[in-house]
Design a protein. Sequence first.
Length: 292
Amino acid sequence: MRNSNFVTRAICFLTFILTFSLCGHAQDEVDRVKIPSGDHFIYAKHYKANTEGHAPTLLLLHGFPGDFGDVLGLGEKLSGEGINVFTLTLSGISISEGVYGGSSPIDDLHHALDFFFTPSAIQSFNVDTSDFILGGWSFGGGLSMYIGAHDDRVSRIISIAGFNGDAFLTQCDEQEDFKKFMEAVFVSYKMRGIINFKPMSAIDDLRAHQDKFTPVAFADKLASKPMLLFGGTDDPEVSLTRHILPYYNAIRKKRGDIIFHVYQTGHRFHGYREALSLAIYDWVINNDSNDN
Protein backbone atom coordinates (compact mmCIF):
# COMPACT_ATOMS: atom_id res chain seq x y z
CA MET A 1 0.00 0.00 0.00
CA ARG A 2 2.12 2.86 -1.33
CA ASN A 3 2.09 6.58 -0.63
CA SER A 4 2.53 8.03 -4.14
CA ASN A 5 2.27 11.47 -5.67
CA PHE A 6 -1.06 11.65 -7.48
CA VAL A 7 0.24 13.46 -10.58
CA THR A 8 3.20 11.11 -10.96
CA ARG A 9 0.95 8.07 -10.57
CA ALA A 10 -1.46 9.43 -13.20
CA ILE A 11 1.34 10.05 -15.70
CA CYS A 12 2.77 6.55 -15.10
CA PHE A 13 -0.64 4.97 -15.52
CA LEU A 14 -1.38 6.81 -18.77
CA THR A 15 2.07 5.90 -20.09
CA PHE A 16 1.43 2.24 -19.28
CA ILE A 17 -1.95 2.30 -21.06
CA LEU A 18 -0.47 3.95 -24.14
CA THR A 19 2.44 1.52 -24.29
CA PHE A 20 0.14 -1.46 -23.76
CA SER A 21 -2.22 -0.31 -26.51
CA LEU A 22 0.38 0.57 -29.14
CA CYS A 23 3.25 -1.83 -28.55
CA GLY A 24 2.53 -4.71 -26.25
CA HIS A 25 -0.87 -6.10 -27.21
CA ALA A 26 0.18 -8.99 -29.45
CA GLN A 27 2.93 -10.21 -27.13
CA ASP A 28 0.71 -9.86 -24.06
CA GLU A 29 -1.90 -12.05 -25.77
CA VAL A 30 0.75 -14.74 -26.20
CA ASP A 31 1.96 -14.48 -22.62
CA ARG A 32 -1.46 -14.05 -20.97
CA VAL A 33 -2.59 -16.84 -18.64
CA LYS A 34 -6.31 -17.00 -17.80
CA ILE A 35 -7.06 -18.31 -14.30
CA PRO A 36 -10.52 -19.03 -12.84
CA SER A 37 -11.13 -17.37 -9.48
CA GLY A 38 -14.64 -18.10 -8.23
CA ASP A 39 -17.17 -16.73 -10.72
CA HIS A 40 -14.69 -14.72 -12.80
CA PHE A 41 -11.21 -14.82 -14.29
CA ILE A 42 -7.96 -13.23 -13.23
CA TYR A 43 -4.82 -13.05 -15.34
CA ALA A 44 -1.15 -13.77 -15.03
CA LYS A 45 1.66 -12.88 -17.39
CA HIS A 46 4.14 -15.63 -18.20
CA TYR A 47 7.85 -14.94 -18.52
CA LYS A 48 8.99 -18.28 -19.89
CA ALA A 49 12.32 -19.68 -18.78
CA ASN A 50 14.87 -19.95 -21.56
CA THR A 51 15.33 -23.64 -20.86
CA GLU A 52 13.68 -26.87 -21.95
CA GLY A 53 11.62 -28.94 -19.54
CA HIS A 54 10.49 -28.08 -16.03
CA ALA A 55 12.17 -25.06 -14.48
CA PRO A 56 12.12 -23.55 -10.99
CA THR A 57 8.87 -21.60 -10.92
CA LEU A 58 8.26 -18.24 -9.24
CA LEU A 59 4.77 -16.80 -8.87
CA LEU A 60 5.43 -13.09 -8.31
CA LEU A 61 2.91 -10.61 -6.88
CA HIS A 62 2.62 -6.89 -7.50
CA GLY A 63 2.43 -4.16 -4.93
CA PHE A 64 -0.93 -2.50 -4.43
CA PRO A 65 -2.68 -2.09 -6.73
CA GLY A 66 -0.32 -3.29 -9.46
CA ASP A 67 -1.21 -3.89 -13.10
CA PHE A 68 -0.82 -6.49 -15.85
CA GLY A 69 2.91 -6.62 -16.38
CA ASP A 70 6.28 -7.15 -14.79
CA VAL A 71 7.31 -6.55 -11.18
CA LEU A 72 10.49 -4.44 -10.88
CA GLY A 73 11.66 -5.96 -14.18
CA LEU A 74 12.24 -9.31 -12.47
CA GLY A 75 10.10 -11.46 -14.75
CA GLU A 76 12.03 -10.53 -17.86
CA LYS A 77 15.41 -10.72 -16.13
CA LEU A 78 14.95 -14.00 -14.25
CA SER A 79 13.29 -15.85 -17.13
CA GLY A 80 16.45 -15.17 -19.14
CA GLU A 81 18.37 -16.95 -16.39
CA GLY A 82 16.33 -20.18 -16.45
CA ILE A 83 13.58 -19.34 -13.95
CA ASN A 84 9.92 -19.71 -14.89
CA VAL A 85 8.13 -16.51 -13.74
CA PHE A 86 4.46 -15.60 -13.58
CA THR A 87 3.22 -12.20 -12.42
CA LEU A 88 -0.35 -12.28 -11.10
CA THR A 89 -2.96 -9.52 -11.43
CA LEU A 90 -5.55 -9.70 -8.64
CA SER A 91 -9.33 -9.34 -9.02
CA GLY A 92 -10.63 -5.95 -10.08
CA ILE A 93 -7.19 -4.69 -11.15
CA SER A 94 -6.19 -3.87 -14.74
CA ILE A 95 -7.49 -6.61 -17.06
CA SER A 96 -8.51 -9.03 -14.29
CA GLU A 97 -12.26 -9.39 -13.80
CA GLY A 98 -14.26 -9.15 -10.59
CA VAL A 99 -14.13 -6.77 -7.65
CA TYR A 100 -11.24 -6.27 -5.24
CA GLY A 101 -12.13 -6.32 -1.56
CA GLY A 102 -12.57 -8.38 1.57
CA SER A 103 -10.71 -11.66 1.25
CA SER A 104 -10.37 -11.44 -2.56
CA PRO A 105 -6.53 -11.20 -2.64
CA ILE A 106 -6.24 -14.31 -0.50
CA ASP A 107 -8.92 -16.15 -2.48
CA ASP A 108 -7.26 -15.19 -5.77
CA LEU A 109 -3.92 -16.56 -4.69
CA HIS A 110 -5.43 -19.85 -3.51
CA HIS A 111 -7.17 -20.21 -6.88
CA ALA A 112 -3.95 -19.37 -8.72
CA LEU A 113 -2.06 -22.09 -6.85
CA ASP A 114 -4.85 -24.55 -7.63
CA PHE A 115 -4.51 -23.64 -11.29
CA PHE A 116 -0.72 -23.93 -11.53
CA PHE A 117 -0.80 -27.35 -9.90
CA THR A 118 -3.24 -28.84 -12.43
CA PRO A 119 -1.73 -31.39 -14.82
CA SER A 120 -2.60 -29.22 -17.84
CA ALA A 121 -0.84 -26.14 -16.43
CA ILE A 122 2.19 -28.16 -15.35
CA GLN A 123 2.54 -29.50 -18.88
CA SER A 124 1.70 -26.28 -20.73
CA PHE A 125 3.98 -24.01 -18.72
CA ASN A 126 6.72 -26.41 -17.58
CA VAL A 127 5.91 -25.77 -13.93
CA ASP A 128 8.25 -27.44 -11.46
CA THR A 129 5.87 -28.33 -8.63
CA SER A 130 8.75 -29.73 -6.56
CA ASP A 131 10.19 -26.23 -6.23
CA PHE A 132 7.34 -23.76 -6.49
CA ILE A 133 8.38 -20.38 -5.09
CA LEU A 134 5.98 -17.64 -4.05
CA GLY A 135 7.14 -14.06 -3.85
CA GLY A 136 6.03 -10.48 -4.05
CA TRP A 137 6.88 -6.84 -3.70
CA SER A 138 5.32 -4.48 -1.13
CA PHE A 139 1.69 -5.57 -0.56
CA GLY A 140 2.44 -8.63 -2.69
CA GLY A 141 5.31 -9.48 -0.37
CA GLY A 142 2.96 -9.44 2.60
CA LEU A 143 0.44 -11.61 0.78
CA SER A 144 3.13 -14.06 -0.33
CA MET A 145 4.32 -14.47 3.26
CA TYR A 146 0.89 -15.44 4.55
CA ILE A 147 -0.03 -17.85 1.76
CA GLY A 148 3.52 -19.19 1.47
CA ALA A 149 3.65 -19.96 5.16
CA HIS A 150 0.31 -21.78 5.19
CA ASP A 151 0.20 -23.62 1.86
CA ASP A 152 2.28 -26.80 1.61
CA ARG A 153 2.54 -26.47 -2.17
CA VAL A 154 4.84 -23.46 -1.73
CA SER A 155 8.41 -24.61 -1.10
CA ARG A 156 10.13 -21.24 -0.66
CA ILE A 157 9.16 -17.60 -0.09
CA ILE A 158 10.53 -14.27 -1.36
CA SER A 159 9.48 -10.96 0.21
CA ILE A 160 10.69 -7.73 -1.39
CA ALA A 161 9.95 -4.82 0.96
CA GLY A 162 7.10 -6.97 2.23
CA PHE A 163 4.09 -5.15 3.66
CA ASN A 164 3.28 -5.52 7.36
CA GLY A 165 -0.46 -4.91 7.87
CA ASP A 166 -0.09 -4.49 11.62
CA ALA A 167 2.44 -1.68 11.14
CA PHE A 168 0.27 0.03 8.52
CA LEU A 169 -2.90 -0.10 10.63
CA THR A 170 -1.05 1.08 13.73
CA GLN A 171 0.18 4.08 11.76
CA CYS A 172 -3.40 4.77 10.58
CA ASP A 173 -4.58 4.68 14.21
CA GLU A 174 -1.77 6.89 15.48
CA GLN A 175 -1.71 9.41 12.62
CA GLU A 176 -5.11 10.60 11.41
CA ASP A 177 -3.51 12.66 8.63
CA PHE A 178 -1.78 9.55 7.30
CA LYS A 179 -5.07 7.65 7.28
CA LYS A 180 -6.84 10.45 5.42
CA PHE A 181 -3.99 10.63 2.93
CA MET A 182 -4.22 6.91 2.21
CA GLU A 183 -8.01 7.12 1.80
CA ALA A 184 -7.48 9.90 -0.74
CA VAL A 185 -4.97 7.73 -2.59
CA PHE A 186 -7.48 4.87 -2.71
CA VAL A 187 -10.22 7.19 -4.01
CA SER A 188 -7.86 8.39 -6.75
CA TYR A 189 -7.25 4.78 -7.83
CA LYS A 190 -10.99 4.24 -8.14
CA MET A 191 -11.60 7.51 -10.00
CA ARG A 192 -8.84 6.77 -12.50
CA GLY A 193 -10.14 3.29 -13.20
CA ILE A 194 -7.05 1.55 -11.89
CA ILE A 195 -8.98 -0.73 -9.56
CA ASN A 196 -12.61 -1.80 -9.14
CA PHE A 197 -13.22 -1.60 -5.37
CA LYS A 198 -14.80 0.45 -2.58
CA PRO A 199 -11.95 2.78 -1.64
CA MET A 200 -13.37 3.94 1.68
CA SER A 201 -13.65 0.31 2.81
CA ALA A 202 -10.06 -0.62 1.98
CA ILE A 203 -8.61 0.06 5.43
CA ASP A 204 -11.53 -1.67 7.18
CA ASP A 205 -11.11 -4.68 4.85
CA LEU A 206 -7.47 -4.92 5.82
CA ARG A 207 -8.34 -4.63 9.50
CA ALA A 208 -10.80 -7.51 9.15
CA HIS A 209 -7.92 -9.66 7.88
CA GLN A 210 -5.16 -8.09 9.97
CA ASP A 211 -3.97 -11.42 11.34
CA LYS A 212 -3.17 -12.59 7.81
CA PHE A 213 -0.98 -9.56 7.17
CA THR A 214 0.90 -9.60 10.47
CA PRO A 215 3.91 -11.88 9.79
CA VAL A 216 5.04 -11.80 13.42
CA ALA A 217 1.86 -13.70 14.30
CA PHE A 218 2.85 -16.68 12.13
CA ALA A 219 6.63 -16.41 12.36
CA ASP A 220 6.84 -20.07 13.37
CA LYS A 221 5.28 -21.14 10.08
CA LEU A 222 7.47 -18.75 8.09
CA ALA A 223 10.49 -20.21 9.85
CA SER A 224 9.60 -23.66 8.51
CA LYS A 225 10.46 -22.67 4.92
CA PRO A 226 13.51 -21.05 3.32
CA MET A 227 12.89 -17.33 2.88
CA LEU A 228 14.63 -14.55 0.97
CA LEU A 229 13.96 -11.04 2.26
CA PHE A 230 14.80 -7.58 0.92
CA GLY A 231 14.51 -4.08 2.33
CA GLY A 232 15.66 -0.54 1.62
CA THR A 233 17.26 1.82 4.12
CA ASP A 234 15.50 4.81 2.54
CA ASP A 235 12.07 3.25 2.06
CA PRO A 236 9.38 5.53 3.58
CA GLU A 237 6.51 3.21 2.62
CA VAL A 238 7.63 -0.17 3.97
CA SER A 239 10.28 0.95 6.40
CA LEU A 240 12.91 -1.34 7.81
CA THR A 241 12.18 -0.41 11.42
CA ARG A 242 8.39 -0.28 11.38
CA HIS A 243 7.50 -3.00 8.87
CA ILE A 244 10.35 -5.42 8.23
CA LEU A 245 12.59 -5.79 11.27
CA PRO A 246 9.77 -6.97 13.58
CA TYR A 247 9.05 -10.05 11.47
CA TYR A 248 12.68 -10.61 10.50
CA ASN A 249 13.61 -10.76 14.19
CA ALA A 250 10.62 -13.00 14.99
CA ILE A 251 11.60 -15.47 12.25
CA ARG A 252 15.23 -15.48 13.39
CA LYS A 253 14.12 -16.24 16.95
CA LYS A 254 12.36 -19.29 15.54
CA ARG A 255 15.66 -20.22 13.83
CA GLY A 256 14.21 -19.77 10.38
CA ASP A 257 16.35 -20.20 7.27
CA ILE A 258 16.13 -16.55 6.20
CA ILE A 259 18.54 -14.45 4.16
CA PHE A 260 18.09 -10.69 4.42
CA HIS A 261 19.51 -8.24 1.85
CA VAL A 262 19.38 -4.54 2.69
CA TYR A 263 20.21 -1.93 0.07
CA GLN A 264 20.67 1.81 0.40
CA THR A 265 17.65 2.67 -1.72
CA GLY A 266 13.93 3.39 -1.62
CA HIS A 267 10.76 1.39 -2.06
CA ARG A 268 11.18 0.73 -5.79
CA PHE A 269 14.85 -0.35 -5.51
CA HIS A 270 16.07 2.14 -8.11
CA GLY A 271 19.76 1.62 -8.71
CA TYR A 272 19.66 -1.85 -7.17
CA ARG A 273 17.36 -3.87 -9.42
CA GLU A 274 20.30 -5.69 -11.00
CA ALA A 275 21.54 -6.63 -7.53
CA LEU A 276 18.01 -7.68 -6.61
CA SER A 277 17.69 -10.02 -9.58
CA LEU A 278 21.17 -11.48 -9.05
CA ALA A 279 20.43 -12.21 -5.40
CA ILE A 280 17.17 -13.94 -6.33
CA TYR A 281 18.89 -15.94 -9.07
CA ASP A 282 21.65 -17.13 -6.71
CA TRP A 283 19.11 -18.12 -4.06
CA VAL A 284 16.73 -19.90 -6.46
CA ILE A 285 19.27 -21.68 -8.64
CA ASN A 286 22.05 -22.35 -6.16
CA ASN A 287 19.77 -22.94 -3.14
CA ASP A 288 21.91 -20.62 -1.03
CA SER A 289 20.86 -20.87 2.61
CA ASN A 290 21.58 -19.31 5.95
CA ASP A 291 23.61 -21.51 8.25
CA ASN A 292 22.16 -19.71 11.33
